[in-house]
Design a protein around this ligand. Sequence first.
Ligand SMILES: Cc1cc2nc3c(=O)[nH]c(=O)nc-3n(C[C@H](O)[C@H](O)[C@H](O)COP(=O)(O)O)c2cc1C
Length: 390
Amino acid sequence: MLRFETAGESHGECLVATVSGLPAGIPISVDAVNRELWRRQQGYGRGGRMKIETDRAEIVAGVRHSRTIGSPVAIIVRNKDWENWTDVLPVEDLDGAEDKRKPVTRPRPGHADLAGAIKYNFHDARYILERASARETTARVAVGAMAKALLSEFGIQVLSHVIAVGSVRLDRAATWDELIALSRRDDVLLGCVEPAVEARMKDVVDEVYRTGDTVGGVFEVVARGVPPGLGSHTTWDARLDGRIAQAIVSIQAVKGVEVGFAAEGAASFGSKVQDSIHYDREGQRFTRGANRAGGIEGGMSNGQDILVRGLLKPISTLRRPLESVDLATREPALAAYERSDVAVVPAAGVIGEAMVAIVLAQAFLDKFGGDSVGETRRNYDGYLEQVKSF
Ligand SMILES: Cc1cc2nc3c(=O)[nH]c(=O)nc-3n(C[C@H](O)[C@H](O)[C@H](O)COP(=O)(O)O)c2cc1C
């Protein structure tokens, strides 16, 4: 079973991830992991933090001579800003530490501050926001890079793009080649495949910069090369759509998920929504009239591209703060402001890729198993033969 955990605070020493259950023999490139971390930091609308940090993964266990060895993989990403926070968030409570804290007593509406402070019984939301912050997803993206390395051994790739920023929306499908080109860009604006639409998205971000506001949007993750049969209709928790939905909504600020054309489908008719089934005799394979289902039917991949969308609410830290209450005095107060992003849709797309890759890698290993990649490949090839001769 492929499992992972992450630890680390936004301004702590480092972020940590451990991954167990990867078969031995998967080629791992630290540069490829770092490229994913870099992609997560990009996009127009990010705060100053992204400019001072260039994340680098240190793989400290489980990979030797550029391949996994079957034991748990451990990854560290150091926070470059830690040197400015050693007195604020020390591990040991030293004399005078109280004066060096940076308490957050005016919870931000929409953030974890208030619910977390009540739950963990802190009258300062600092410890809550340190972990609720999407900085945590740095560790997930590093794990996602491991999952991508496994999947690419079997011809499966996962990419993303931005469909909407605020009310500006791309109104056509993106081609796979466009997604590849996007993922190779060294200057990321808003991650949209259509330059004219991307320019209008930038106008929206400029507007929120001007007004002290923030904006959300929609990203789409596409997985190509997924065989039919990952996930299962047999139990609720084996369903691939349910597993992907949980993974996507677990990303900070993602409030909704769509598998395929869900919202459009709900407003349409069965005759227009379901993807007709055909058979190509020459190629000896089933084909489909469209892919509105987003590559999943009955909780199982059906062999088409998997299409998943994440709907992001606007960032909850506003330069023009919202109404709140001071936790100490209970008096009305404006919410706390700390250097913050104003728009993060392309970065959320990269995190979405990581989460989809992790779920697909889990479902892939559930089905094909294997302690070494060669064993996984034998099992996979046998299944592909079965599918071919079905
Ligand atoms: C890539 C990314 C970066 C984010 N950066 C910030 C930020 O700088 N400031 C902020 O207040 N929220 C930021 N958020 C959103 C918060 O983490 C989110 O609003 C918070 O977790 C509460 O939302 P939730 O209810 O979905 O967890 C970011 C989210 C993502 C995905």
